[in-house]
Design a protein around this ligand. Structure first.
Ligand SMILES: Cc1cc2nc3c(=O)[nH]c(=O)nc-3n(C[C@H](O)[C@H](O)[C@H](O)COP(=O)(O)OP(=O)(O)OC[C@H]3O[C@@H](n4cnc5c(N)ncnc54)[C@H](O)[C@@H]3O)c2cc1C
Length: 471
């Protein structure tokens, strides 16, 4: 890789294995990922991204793209190739009157939320404030506001993208509509996104926090939880349930409500049954600023400090047998840092048609995410085995659909599962904007094969190469 050519046209820093900051620059959220790129191009502008993408094209590279570095599969780093790192790009402009924000893709959700909350505005974002807006938004984006405002990708108005040939395009409802559709959930497949325009919503004080029960009572609490959320919640109230371990080592089942409506008294009334059930051993639910809610579980997930392996799928339903299986495995978890979360989605996120955006999972309410975390490499095999066993035991209730942003690095064959009815159309858009699959260090959608003598295949007629069947 001849970096001199890149250095001539690049305004940011280029970090190589001999640079003093190399180890810090290749460190990402999952401490189990120890990849050694040949170079990390830390971009400061869209022009830097253009230079890096064109350089990658000339050199025949397949760069990884790094936003917030949170992806558990470690997609932001690559061995022996180029990393296009947009994390220094943090400009954001909020138009309070139009309720929009134009945000560069190096921002984290904590940074984004602080800027938009100065105007009492927000959009659906991640639960942990150090997560990058880029990878989360491009994969779809689930969060506390999704019942009221939809997924993050339902609130995007435009994307500035550097495509595989180094061209800068704006994808929106009026320009490159096919790319605009694909970027609403299709991940990092279509180019390097340099900025995203979001639609914002008024949000200020919210009601949130944890209601804690002993894990020994998890069966009855989860049955109550299922019935409570299934009874028909207003859009403003989202409730997750999670098996966690308290700071003193106590195994707990947490109910985590988030009420984001304007009428806080109504929020108190709606969440009262959830807080009264049991009774709980602790009730930490309270009124708090939106940014406080957006960082209240940061402590569970320190950046770069723990090794991690995830398994996840949407569930068709949550019958008693599924709850029993969940509890059986939660009881046998040997790492106190691990948590298993059931995310309940409803409201605006479910009122979007599966084909309207690239993100097709609109009608399955329960998403199970097993987030295994542990400190020691010697524990890798045991923790990965426990996670897989738990995931496989939940298969009878699987909807055979998964959120692309929760896939692990051994889940490659499940990308088609993430995109369902939209997979072939995504492969066609990929063939148009990245025909040589330059951007393949992601949850990859290979370009649809273009039949010889033909132009781009018509929608639905593409011959699509699929990944291997799920393991
Ligand atoms: C602790 C934790 C909590 C999480 N909570 C949530 C949550 O509440 N809701 C939710 O929806 N998800 C959540 N996630 C998943 C999260 O959405 C993904 O991990 C996402 O990939 C993180 O984005 P990032 O920019 O930090 O990732 P990175 O690791 O930097 O990037 C991941 C991938 O995204 C793509 N990408 C990143 N930047 C760009 C860009 N500028 N242009 C094109 N492609 C790009 C690339 O394919 C890249 O490989 C969580 C993850 C963690 C680890």
């Amino acid at each position: 890789m001849n970096l001199d050519a890149l250095k001539r046209e690049f305004g940011g820093e280029i970090i190589t294995p001999s640079s003093p900051g190399y180890d810090a620059a290749r460190r990402i959220w999952n401490a189990m990922i120890d990849r050694r790129p040949a170079a990390i191009a830390r971009c400061t502008s869209a022009d830097d991204v253009v230079a890096a993408v064109r350089f990658a094209g000339r050199e025949g590279l397949h760069p990884a793209i790094r936003g917030g570095g949170h992806n558990a599969a470690g997609l932001a780093m690559v061995d022996g190739d180029l990393v296009i790192d947009v994390s220094p790009m943090k400009r954001i402009t909020v138009d309070a009157r139009a309720r929009t924000a134009v945000a560069e893709t190096g921002l984290t959700w904590g940074e984004f939320d602080r800027a938009t909350q100065e105007h009492g505005l927000a959009v659906t974002g991640g639960l942990i404030s150090t997560t990058g807006i880029a990878g989360l938004t491009l994969g779809g984006g689930v969060g506390w506001l999704m019942g009221r405002c939809g997924l993050t990708c339902d609130n995007t108005l435009a994307y500035d993208v550097v495509t595989a040939d180094g061209e800068v395009v704006t994808a929106s409802a009026t320009s490159h509509q096919d790319l605009f559709w694909a970027l609403k959930g299709g991940g990092g497949n279509f180019g390097v996104v340099t900025s995203i325009t979001y639609k914002l919503h008024p949000v200020s004080t919210v009601i949130s926090g944890m209601v804690l029960h002993p894990l020994a009572r998890a069966r009855e609490v989860l049955r109550f939880y299922r019935d409570f959320v299934s009874a028909g919640l207003p859009d403003e109230l989202i409730v997750y349930a999670a098996a966690i371990t308290g700071p003193d080592g106590t195994r707990l089942l947490a109910l985590i409500p988030a009420y984001t409506g304007a009428d806080l008294d109504e929020g108190e009334r709606l969440s009262a049954p959830l807080r009264a059930f049991g009774p709980p051993v602790a009730d930490m639910v309270q009124r708090m600023p939106y940014v406080a809610m957006q960082s209240m579980i940061d402590v569970a997930s320190p950046y770069g400090a723990l090794r991690s392996y995830w398994k996840s799928h949407f569930l068709r339903a949550l019958p008693d047998e599924a709850i029993d299986t969940f509890v059986h495995h939660a009881m046998r978890c040997t790492s106190p840092r691990t948590f298993m979360i059931i995310e309940h989605a409803h409201g605006a996120a479910g009122r979007v048609a599966p084909e309207a955006t690239a993100f097709p999972v609109r009608h399955h309410a329960f998403n199970l995410v097993i987030v295994s975390l542990w400190p020691e490499a010697s524990d890798d095999m045991a923790q990965v085995s426990w996670t897989r066993a738990f995931y496989h035991a939940m298969q009878p209730w699987s909807a055979a659909m998964v959120y692309v942003n929760t896939l692990s690095d051994d889940d490659g064959g499940r990308v088609a599962e993430a995109y369902g009815v939209n997979y072939e159309r995504l492969a066609e858009v990929k063939a148009k904007y990245d025909p040589s699959n330059r951007f393949r260090r992601n949850q990859n959608i290979p370009p649809a094969k273009v039949k010889s003598g033909a132009g781009l295949p018509e929608r639905g007629s593409a011959e699509v190469r699929r990944g291997p069947a799920p393991a």
